[in-house]
Design a protein around this ligand. Structure first.
Ligand code: GLN
Length: 454
């Protein structure tokens, strides 16, 4: 009830929820009470969560914040949300996001932008919460849920977490099942939590993660007790500092944040080592070929026949065209066009195949660093703090917007786990995030190291 009233009071302003489900929440909470009384409470019993609109939730609004999925209510539940409900969690509603998770500011949503609960000191300019999981991050930051699900294809958990002073972890590719989550770029997509602190993120990920026969890329490995990692010593751990992340024009404050992170880890007994990830500079361009290529293929299914919106036409081809023209927003159309282009005969080898080769090189950079004895890598999470809604500079230049993902996309390209943790405030009083990157399936090290920083 407290969370539902908070949503009622603040959501109109923040626009974090695109659907609130009070009846469902109360019904689930009642069932939780009964289980608690009966003495068989689950690990998340009664915990109220917000769910990103990308997760299929049975009988409930699931539109990936796109017009083309108007009215779509799946007849299935995603594996990740089912895992949370099985552990006793309660659903408050569906959270705003960039359309089909394409964006870094939550401004491509059909439901309008989300406002970051933070503002710069002395300013009343509304800021973006980051994207694509902007609703998840804003809802957690504004206490409109105790925690939220999110997804990360190229930074969409970590960048919004950094912009809102929350904690977000993208686990290793394969750690969570992608089944029942609307697909964007299937070889990069991963689900993970956004939470108020590292401990909460650990509890949520433990519940979300599982092998799943319905997703053959999910991995059959035991899910460790992440909570147990919190508070463990990092003495003697080797933390890599990749020199290629010191990008041109990086604000001094971001450099200072990074140095502060280094100092905290050193104080806790970690050893800091300089490393090189030489192919870093190709990650962003390669990502913006691979992700649109996969998206163009995944989004072919929205044709006005099977789901959501249909705009009638004079014949079936005309109906497809009119539906897709009306149903997709500008950024989604841009991605479909880029993706179709790089996959087409004659361009496939020059762009798509080359991007896949670059991806292998990026992955190898990380493998070599880990083989040389590095346990985790520390970088800034983003090149700046939150920027303004409808920022003129960014709105007119998609490439500038893509630059926001410079520190996060490498992690998806390599399939590695990455966590964003608050590192302090900038001169405007806005949160800045640090990122820790780990070895495959070693989320435990990230939790214990991030806990030293928070
Ligand atoms: N900003 C990136 C993009 O627009 C990442 C999105 C994501 O991780 N879902 O593709």
């Amino acid at each position: 009830d407290a969370y539902l009233s908070a949503i009622e009071a603040a959501n109109e302003m923040i626009n974090a929820y695109v659907a609130v489900t009070p009846e469902k929440a109360r019904e689930m909470a009642k069932a939780s009470d009964a289980r608690i009384t009966a003495g068989n409470a689950g690990p998340l019993e009664g915990i109220p969560l917000g769910i990103k609109d990308l997760f299929g939730t049975e009988g409930i609004h699931t539109q990936a914040c796109s017009h083309i999925l108007d009215g779509f209510k799946p007849r299935y539940e995603s594996t990740v949300t089912q895992n949370l409900w099985n552990d006793g969690a309660v659903m408050l509603g569906k959270l705003n996001m960039d359309e089909f998770a394409m964006g870094s500011s939550n401004e491509t949503s059909y439901y309008g932008p989300v406002k970051n609960p933070w503002r710069a000191k002395g300013s009343n300019l509304d800021l973006v919460p980051g994207g694509s999981s902007g609703g998840s991050a804003a809802a957690v930051a504004a206490h409109l849920c105790a925690g939220a699900t999110a997804t990360d294809t190229g930074g969409s958990i970590r960048q919004p977490a950094a912009f809102t002073g929350t904690v977000g972890i993208k686990p290793t590719y394969g750690r969570c099942s992608r089944w029942g989550i609307v697909a964007f770029a299937s070889s990069l997509d991963q689900a993970g939590p956004i939470a108020r602190d590292v401990h909460d993120a650990a509890i949520l990920l433990k519940s979300m993660a599982s092998v799943d026969p319905k997703d053959t890329t999910s991995v059959d490995l035991p899910v460790p007790d992440y909570e147990a990692a919190i508070g463990q010593s990092i003495k003697g751990m080797r933390i890599g500092i990749p020199k290629e992340y010191r990008v041109d024009g990086m604000p001094e404050e971001i450099e200072a944040l990074w140095q502060q992170g280094v100092a905290w880890l050193k104080d806790a007994g970690a050893e800091i080592v300089d490393i090189s990830l030489p192919h870093t500079k190709y990650a962003l361009p390669a990502y913006y070929i691979v992700a649109p290529a996969e998206a163009s293929s995944n989004l072919a299914r929205y044709d006005g026949v099977r789901y959501g919106l249909r705009v009638d036409g004079k014949d079936i081809i005309d109906m497809y065209e009119k539906t897709r023209a009306a149903g997709f927003g500008q950024e989604v159309k841009r991605r479909i066009m880029i993706g179709t282009y790089v996959l087409s005969a004659g361009y496939y080898d020059a762009y798509y195949l080359r991007a896949q080769k670059v991806r292998t090189l990026i992955k190898r950079d990380f493998e070599l660093a880990f083989q040389a004895g590095v346990d985790a890598i520390l970088t800034p999470a983003t090149p700046s703090s939150a920027f303004g809604i409808a920022d003129e500079d960014l709105a007119s230049d998609p490439v500038k917007m893509y630059l926001n993902d410079i520190f996060t996309v490498t992690v998806n390209m390599a399939g590695l786990p990455g966590i964003a943790v608050p590192g302090g405030l900038d001169h405007k009083g806005l949160p800045l995030g640090l990122q820790l990157i780990g070895k495959p399936f070693d989320e435990e090290t990230l939790f214990k190291t991030a806990h030293v920083i928070e």
